[in-house]
Design a protein around this ligand. Structure first.
Ligand SMILES: Cc1cc2nc3c(=O)[nH]c(=O)nc-3n(C[C@H](O)[C@H](O)[C@H](O)COP(=O)(O)O)c2cc1C
Length: 342
């Protein structure tokens, strides 16, 4: 092992120990994308795959966990959406199936969820969108945090990864392992977040075009063609009708969403809809749209959730090669700084 590799391994040692993986790179859960083949491929390549449970009912999740375990004996995690109406049953499935790490996403976890999971033997990770919430989650007993900046694909907060990292890592990076996500496409960026005190990183967009990823070929093609500026934010057009901002590739669907909001709000202003009906109609616009794009390949009107790092996705590649490239890029950066200590 080279001196540079030893240095890198020291930098992400806490993350590796926490995850039980060779490299502290998590494959961020992506609904419909992060199923057994991609998750196991990431874990088998030395990273840490995470199943996206999305809207799965509990027994489907159980099958996915078992299916993943049949493909890897390395550790992997499960991502649960806290707004899921069957969250308790999903947590029970994770504990019964002895999932080592559960990532709670989609808002602060309901009271007791962290304790239930920990008492059941799982390690719990949560997303911290701001420093005060990071501290609150640590007080609630969370084992590790993910901080995800606005560069990321999917549902996002307003603050960039670089700012979140500066605000949160120096304050709580020594208390629990913190994994940085959003906009990471290369190893040099991984190295710099580790040097800022991160325990590891989480990447989503970069893994979509992994050979083992079962996303539809048209979904992958859209990623390969797109540049950073194509991954845009779709947000509310009127503050009276808030929507959770989503970063996705611009397409007919994102254009129609703008029109839809204007149309619904005009009907509300004319008194044809009440507030709740209008809000629901806006929210329902994207129902099933990610599945349509990922599974059926409807890249025109489906949701092409993608982060700005999509510009660094240039071809389909085996998962192991993607992870090896990230590690090589981090090592090359160390080598450039200090060529003598090879
Ligand atoms: C298509 C897609 C679907 C996603 N679905 C989820 C999800 O179900 N749960 C979740 O916590 N994060 C989800 N994310 C976020 C990823 O887990 C990860 O944090 C993010 O992609 C990291 O930023 P990056 O895209 O810049 O690498 C999704 C991201 C994408 C691109």
């Amino acid at each position: 092992m080279t001196a540079h590799r030893q240095h890198l391994d020291r930098l992400w040692q806490r993350g590796r120990e926490f995850l039980g993986s060779d490299v502290a790179v998590m494959g961020g859960a992506m609904a419909w994308v992060s199923e057994r083949t991609l998750v196991s491929a990431i874990s088998n390549a030395g990273g840490f795959g995470v199943i996206a449970s999305g809207s799965m009912p509990p027994e489907v999740l159980r099958e996915e966990i078992r299916g993943t375990r049949a493909l890897t004996d390395r550790p992997f995690g499960v991502n649960l959406i806290t707004l899921h109406p069957q969250l308790d049953a999903l947590m029970r499935v994770c504990l019964e199936e002895k999932v080592g790490h559960v990532v709670l996403a989609g808002g602060l976890p309901p009271g007791g969820a962290i304790r239930t999971l920990k008492e059941g033997g799982a390690r719990v990770m949560c997303f911290a969108p701001a420093l005060v919430l990071a501290k609150k989650l640590i007080r609630s007993g969370v084992d590790a945090l993910v901080i995800e900046g606005a560069e990321a694909g999917g549902h996002i907060g307003p603050v960039s990864t670089s700012v979140l990292a500066q605000e949160i890592l120096p304050e709580v990076g020594h208390e629990v392992p913190v994994f940085v996500a959003g906009g990471i496409g290369r190893g040099e960026a991984i190295l710099s977040y580790l040097e800022m005190g991160a325990a590891g990183v989480q990447l989503g967009t970069r893994f979509v075009c992994a050979t083992e990823c079962r996303a539809h070929p048209r979904f992958k093609q859209a990623f390969i063609r797109a540049g950073a500026r194509d991954a845009v934010l779709s947000s509310a057009v009127d503050t009276r009708f808030p929507v959770i901002p989503v970063r996705a590739l611009q397409n007919e669907g994102t254009r129609r969403f703008q029109e839809k909001q204007h149309e619904v709000i005009a009907r509300f202003d004319r008194g044809e809809l009440d507030q709740k009906e209008a809000q629901l109609e806006i929210e329902h616009f994207w129902a099933g749209a990610l599945r349509r794009a990922v599974v059926e390949g409807d890249v025109e009107t489906g949701s092409l959730m993608a982060g700005q790092s999509v510009g660094m996705v240039t071809r389909e590649q085996p998962t192991a090669e993607i992870i090896a490239d990230l590690v090589d890029q981090a090592l090359a950066a160390l080598r450039r700084r200090d060529p003598a200590s090879e």
